[in-house]
Design a protein around this ligand. Structure first.
Ligand code: LMR
Length: 328
């Protein structure tokens, strides 16, 4: 009868639609602003490689480095709009969504990258992965770059040497306050525009880990780099919560296991990569690397430290205290 044929056809259609859906891989676009040969750049490529090997038929990863798809000014909105599925912005770029991550920007809080890693394992820091849930921002992991160095068009030995200079900063009120402490002004400039801004003289100084200094050739526009290790540059690997929970459970679990593996590798290799970048800059000889005596470094610490107290209430005293206990 007609109805039997109709039911059979409908069933066939459903089967076809379902298998068509199942055959279509989930696409994860990962956009970032740095070069491939940096901790974050390598992390993105390793993630793509492992997903291809283990989930190749189900998930496809596309990596867009160097702000080629989205940049600092639009990537977070793009994630919320579903135009990109994975980002790893610096923790200094989340000010509009949470104040608590500002803890990572406090100058001279962490002695080294190992201390940063210890804090990231603490519950207080793990909780911050969920601090932007109200904006559908889902924190998957912390990735680290390295300790930041100060660069400028003049030799910075003591805080007073920076007086009157304009520094390029990431969009973080803590970083703004940190430079105000030493009588310097700041300008919030996208990472992709930083080299040009230094070349044009819009700003005369910046703060970056060695890997970003080298991969962006910032040493070509900054004759002096002072090895201050005054802060650290860290990222949060994030997705859109709605997208992330829409991934079938089994696939999502496998993706999360891959992310754990990649994050471990990124954080294990970051220090070595920064060490190599430092060597590269020293060998290129375009910028002079200045090291500080313990007394000189103490002067920078003294000058910048008052910002901790100013931001303690916004960050949360409990979070700040947890961070303070990780140095050895
Ligand atoms: C910066 O803007 O200086 C950094 O956040 C860039 C990056 O992603 O390492």
């Amino acid at each position: 009868s007609k109805s039997v044929i109709y039911i059979a056809l409908t069933a066939l259609m459903l089967v076809c639609t379902n298998s068509a859906v199942a055959a279509e891989p989930i696409v994860i676009k990962f956009s970032h602003v740095v070069a491939d040969d940096t901790p974050k750049g390598r992390g993105g490529l390793l993630f793509k490689q492992l997903v291809e090997e283990r989930l190749g038929d189900k998930v496809k990863v596309e990596v867009y480095p160097n702000s080629t798809l989205f940049g600092d000014d639009d990537e977070l909105q793009a994630l919320r709009d579903g135009k990109v599925q994975l980002l790893a912005p610096s923790l200094s770029k989340f000010d509009a969504y949470t104040k608590q991550l500002q803890v990572y920007d406090l100058p001279f809080l962490f002695d080294d990258l190992e201390a940063v890693k210890r804090f990231q394992k603490r519950e207080k820091s793990r909780e911050l992965l969920r601090s932007m849930a109200a904006y559908d921002i889902y924190g998957l992991a912390y990735w680290n770059n390295g300790m930041k160095q100060l660069s400028a068009n003049r030799a910075l030995k003591l805080p007073a040497d920076a007086k009157g200079l304009a520094f390029r900063i990431q969009p973080s009120p803590v970083l703004e306050a940190q430079f105000a402490q030493i009588g310097a002004t700041t300008s919030k400039i996208a990472f992709s525009e930083t080299l040009a801004a230094l070349q044009k003289g819009t700003v005369q100084g910046a703060e970056n880990p060695w890997s970003n200094l080298a991969s962006q050739k910032l040493d070509s526009a900054q004759p002096f780099i002072t090895e201050t290790n005054h802060g650290s540059l860290n990222y949060m690997l994030i997705s859109n919560s709605k997208f992330w929970v829409s991934i079938p459970y089994q696939v999502r679990t496998q993706l999360e296991a891959i992310i754990e593996e990649v994050s471990f590798k990124v954080n294990q290799d970051a220090e070595e990569l920064n060490r190599k970048s430092r060597e590269q800059i020293a060998a290129a000889g375009r910028a002079q690397i200045l090291t500080l005596t313990p007394e000189q470094r103490e002067a920078w610490r003294e000058a910048m430290r008052p910002v901790w107290q100013r931001f303690e209430a916004e960050i949360g005293a409990d979070v700040l205290r947890a961070a303070q206990t990780v140095n050895r």
